[in-house]
Every structure is written in C-alpha cells, then in structure tokens.
Write a new protein. Structure first.
Length: 290
C-alpha cells in the first residue's frame, strides 16, 4: 500500500534535474532602430484617410474655375478645366464612377515633410556613429524645428518660398512603406537576430558569432566584457537603452567579438556580473533572458 501523502508538505524538486541559470545576449541589426518610420507611416496613413480629401490626376495646364454653373446643380461649384484638346485620364474603377477621384491625400503637405524627415533622420543616425552629448543636442534641435513648423502649419509657405515644393503622399503610399518595413522589423527582431548570441551560465560561456556556425565554448576566467560608449540618439532615443558590447576571449586564442545594438544592455551586464560573482550552487531555476 502506498503511504499517505500529507497535503501540507510541498515536494522538493530533484536537485539533479535542476539546470543552471542562463542569460542570453542578442545583438541586433540596425533595422531595430527603424520603428519610427513604420510607426509614422501607419499614423499618417490614418490621418490622411481621415482628412477627407482626394487627389485628381489631371493634364498639365488644368485650371480651377470657381463659382461656375454646373448642369443639374442649383448652386455654383468650383470645377477643374482641362486644356483644350486634352482629357482627364480615366481612373481605374474602384467605387462609383470610373472617373471619380479616389486617392486619399491630406490638404497639407506637413505629413509628407515629417515622414520624409523621419526616414532621412533614421537613415543618417543608423549609418553614422556620433558618440557624445553634442550629437544629441544637434539632432534633438533638428527634430524640434521640424515638429514646430509642422504644428504651426508653416511647412506649406516655407516650401512654396524655396521653389514651390509639395511633399505629399496618399494614404496607400504610407502603407506601402509602413507594412513591409513593419514585417521586416518583426522578422529581424524576433527571428533573424536570435541566430547569433552570447550565453552566460555558471562556469561556462558559449558564443555563436555567425549564422550557421556552431557554439564555441569560451574560458570563463579570461573572458572580459566592455560596453562601448553610447551614441545617445541611436541607443537611448531610438533604442530605449540599447548599446554595444565588445567581448574579448583572452588566453592563447585571443579574439574580439562585437555584439551590437543589445537591448537593455545595462540590465543585461548587471545580470551577467551578478551571475559571475555567485558561487556555484545546486537547484537554481532555469531562466533565459532575451
């Protein structure tokens, strides 16, 4: 007969089944910092759609005639008059009449200016490294100027003054950029970037430096970690506390590896330091930090 089980006594897990805690450190591609582009793309697509304006594709030389009598209408209307001998190109049928304008655009080009500036700013900050407070001050100043002109509604007169520029995109254009970029961002963040990593455990460090390579065990006593100086705009504003880590193996096989764009780098390094300081014990609960 089996002995009675006391419900007030909790079972103790088998120490042999316990696995040491492991901390995974993943580097990320520069695509990590492109979230402002797809975010503003989705935002401006929604705002453009709600703006309530559509774009008509007309021949060059078309003029606006205001307060004209229109057959079947009791009040005068503003109409577009194409040049003599030219016709308005037929639009593909979407809803209603085939010639009905349907491309959703905003009445102001402020959305287009901010979107173009966002793309250029992110491309610039992810292609060039400027470490130090000066770069942060300059970039924040540029962002403040662009947003201030947008809020005040001054982009239209400013662009007209510099040559009649009109930076505008329809709602579908914003989505054509935002949707594929968002999909690529998710793939890079959660799948592609996880193929290379650095693993810390009690008494062991494993490294996978390239996709397709196997894991390499490193000598714990000789490995050193160094956090590189921050690029304030990229690491703190776009990366929410990301950073770069240099790994030196030491010993006879002295090598260096770069783990770039590590998310939450400060907390990861603290967790690794605490793990290294601990003496090896039995029965820890396995934890994987990513």
């Amino acid at each position: 007969m089996n002995p009675a089980v006391n419900p007030n006594v909790k079972s103790v897990p088998d120490a042999a089944a316990a696995v040491d805690q492991e901390i995974y450190i993943y580097g990320h591609s520069p695509l990590l910092y492109w979230w402002p582009v797809w975010l503003t793309g989705f935002l401006f697509a929604a705002l453009t759609y709600m703006d309530g304006h559509v774009m008509a594709v007309v021949p060059q030389g078309t003029v606006v005639e205001r307060n004209q009598a229109v057959p079947g209408e009791d009040k005068p209307r503003d109409v577009l008059v194409a040049p003599a001998g030219q016709k308005v190109p037929p639009a593909p049928p979407v809803t209603g009449s085939p010639d009905e304008p349907h491309l959703r655009v905003a009445a102001t080009n402020g959305y287009g200016v901010v979107f173009a500036f966002t793309i250029l700013l992110v491309a610039f900050s992810t292609s060039f490294t400027f470490r130090g407070l000066a770069s942060l001050v300059v970039l924040i100043g540029l962002v403040a100027v662009v947003l201030a002109l947008y809020v005040l509604g001054w982009w239209d007169p400013v662009l007209r003054y510099v040559g009649g520029l009109d930076v505008r995109m329809n709602a579908g254009g914003y989505l054509a950029v935002a949707v594929p970029l968002f999909v690529m961002w998710l793939f890079a963040l959660f799948i592609y970037d996880h193929q290379t990593y650095l693993v810390f455990a009690r008494g062991q460090i494993r490294l996978r430096a390239a996709i397709g390579d196997g894991e390499t065990a490193l000598d714990v006593s000789k490995v050193t970690l160094e956090k590189k100086r921050n690029d304030f705009f990229r690491h703190w504003l776009l990366g929410f506390g990301s950073g770069d880590i240099r790994v030196k193996t030491g010993g006879t096989d002295d090598r260096e590896y770069e783990m770039e764009n590590v998310l939450f780098v400060e907390s990861k390094l603290k967790a690794v330091q605490d793990l290294i300081k601990e003496r090896e014990t039995t029965g820890p609960t396995p934890v994987a930090a990513s």
